[in-house]
Design a protein around this ligand. Structure first.
Ligand code: PBG
Length: 350
């Protein structure tokens, strides 16, 4: 029995130097590891996305995202209360409108789904930071993130100049809808459409409307990513033709992300965001090193669903993987993380 624990030396006398440096000393016990841990993860750093839709007492499971639901405003308020009890400080709202049209009109309706949900959450948990995702893709019948110059084509039309998504007309609509969401009580407007000039347009509109206290969290570097797949079912927002490559960034580019971020800083963003997170940790690090503003990272639907799916097969340990990913995103430099694991992670972190 003893021999099982005795190194087999075969009687040889090979001389090896005794290590001078022994990093393992600091890993010897859970307490020691906790003492030297460089990156901490706490519920206050997590932001929970909530999908809201019209109705009452609704909690519809989202098939592509096990454990996530579309909720009516009353249920969103209940969810916010439970999240607050777990130490979560902020929620990010996505609305599924009653009607879609070419201009995404419901986004600017004071009786629209997101303003209703904001009011319900604020009435239930006044201290919760409510962030409104500001984009048109859930609200337009074509599923693109603004207004189009052609309803059905994604072929390149030089005479259309900037492409099918019209930039500046979309800015005006973003500004108008942002005022509505801020008046309903949103603490932060989070424009997610990668429209040129969106931060400046929203900032000046909010200020002119007497809403200078409302902050802007900009999806500053948002990539055209396959990782958004499950979300498009959740938010019922897939583009009906083409894709988002004319406005979201090419995954191959890093310098361009810094340019995008620099522009949003200059335009007055209060919080920056990089999205997705896992495949873009290098971008998170570069933005962290370059700017002093708070930095958010969005661990998107695909990052969540691929782990959920594998865990459901018994192929990996969900809790361990989720906390490892979240810690890695923090280590890369994110101050806060938007994550579908917010609730579970807060429970796991105790
Ligand atoms: C809307 C928006 C999307 C996501 C956040 N805001 C969809 C998209 O850009 O296609 C994706 C979030 C996720 O995948 O979790 N523009």
């Amino acid at each position: 029995v003893l021999s099982r624990h005795t190194p087999a030396t075969n009687g040889t006398t090979t001389q090896v130097p005794t290590p001078v440096h022994r990093p393992r000393r600091l890993r010897i016990s859970p307490a020691m590891r906790d003492l030297v841990r460089e990156t901490r993860l706490t519920p206050a750093q997590l932001i929970a996305p909530i999908f809201v839709r019209h109705g009452h007492n609704l909690r519809n499971p989202i098939a592509s995202m096990p454990g996530q639901y579309q909720m009516s405003p009353d249920q969103a308020a209940r969810e916010a209360r439970e999240l607050a009890a777990l130490g979560i400080r902020a929620v990010l709202l996505f609305g599924i409108p009653a009607h879609k049209d070419p201009c995404g009109s419901e986004n600017a309706d004071p009786a629209g789904i997101v303003p209703q949900a904001i009011q319900a959450i604020k009435a239930e948990v006044p201290g919760m930071v409510v962030i409104s995702d500001m984009c048109f893709c859930e609200y337009t019948d074509h599923g693109h993130c603004g207004v189009l110059n052609t309803p059905t084509r994604d072929d390149f039309q030089p005479q259309l100049g900037e492409g099918y998504l019209l930039n500046d007309p979309t800015l005006a609509l973003l500004a108008e809808a942002s005022i509505v969401h801020a008046r309903a009580g949103a603490d932060i407007i989070a424009p997610s459409g990668m429209i040129d000039g969106m931060v400046a347009a929203i900032r000046s509109a909010l200020d002119a409307a007497g809403l200078s206290h409302t902050a802007i969290m900009s999806y500053a570097a948002k990539y055209a990513s396959g990782f958004y797949g499950p979300f498009r079912d959740a938010a019922e927002s897939p583009p009906q033709f083409g894709d988002r490559s004319q406005y979201q960034m090419d995954p191959a580019n890093a310098r361009e992300a810094l340019r995008e971020v620099d522009l949003d800083v200059a335009e007055g963003a209060d919080i920056l965001m990089v999205k997705p997170a896992l495949a873009y940790l290098d971008i998170i690090r570069q933005v962290r090193d370059r700017h002093t503003l708070p930095l958010a990272a969005y661990q998107v639907s695909g990052e969540y669903s691929m782990v959920k799916a594998a865990a459901l097969q018994g192929w990996l340990d969900e809790q361990r993987i989720a906390l490892e990913m979240l810690t890695a995103i923090r280590r890369a430099g994110a101050d806060m993380i938007i994550t579908y694991w917010a609730r579970e992670a807060a429970e796991w972190l105790g």
